[in-house]
Each structure stands twice: as structure tokens, then as C-alpha cells.
Write a new protein. Sequence first.
Length: 160
Amino acid sequence: MAGFVSARSWIDFLAGHADFAFGSRIHGNLAALLAGVPALLISCDLRTRELARYHGLPFVAGEALRGDEDVRELYAAADFSEPGRRHPENFRRFVDFLDANGIENIYSIGAPAVGEAPFDRALKELPESPVLRPGMNVPLGERLRSMEMYIQALRRKLKR
């Protein structure tokens, strides 16, 4: 078990330590997918199910689980290729929405190369944030200060 101060440290950790992720929290599944790790959502509410269907994320309805499933069977039954098929159309729809509503965005003037959007460049310039592990005995106040310092550094980078 580990905790993360930033999305980048979470995604990097998953990329180096996970072969498969599953759980009921959509953010954890998305972090895994961004790390290139197959993820299966155990959907326990209608909102996560709606998000999964829209984006083509593999999911199983929590109420459909018997309790004796083997995670290897769940993995084998999942289609991990659907998000890649759906993403281009969903992304185009998103940019079209921004454009139709007069919302200035970097994709309307020509998409930057992967990792070269201003936010992505700012993230790359930040120092690596720590991975928090049980037993590290890091007081909550110190963890919160660390997170706030990271957020402030990111804001400074984005204002440049």
C-alpha cells in the first residue's frame, strides 16, 4: 500500500509496479490506464458505470459479483482495447464542445505534441514528489504541507 502526493508519482509508481489494477474507485483505474496498466472497474454506482460505458472502460457491476470470483477470470473476460477505440471520437467531441462555446483551448490552434502542452511541461519541471508508504511515520501535517508545497510549485510553473 502506498500514498501519493501527486498524480505523476502515482502513475509512475503504477507503471513500474503493477501488471493489473482493479477496484471501485474510478480515479485509481484511470491512473492505472494512464500508466499503461490494464484496469478493471468494479462499478458500485450508476455514475461510475455511466463513465465506464461512455469511455469504453472495462467494468463489472459490483452487484453482479458473487464474491468467489477469481481475479484472473475477471481479467480474461475484460476487453482492454475499447478505450483506445473510443478516445479519438470522445476527444474530438470535447474539443468541438469547447470551440462551439467559445472556450479558448490549445487544441483548436493545433494540438501540441504528446507531453508538450504547457501543463505537461510544467509537471516535468517539478521535483519528484515522494511516495508515502505505511510505516514511514510521516505526520499528517507534514504530508499536507508537502502536498501544498507541490501544488504551489505547480501553480508557479503554470503562471510563467
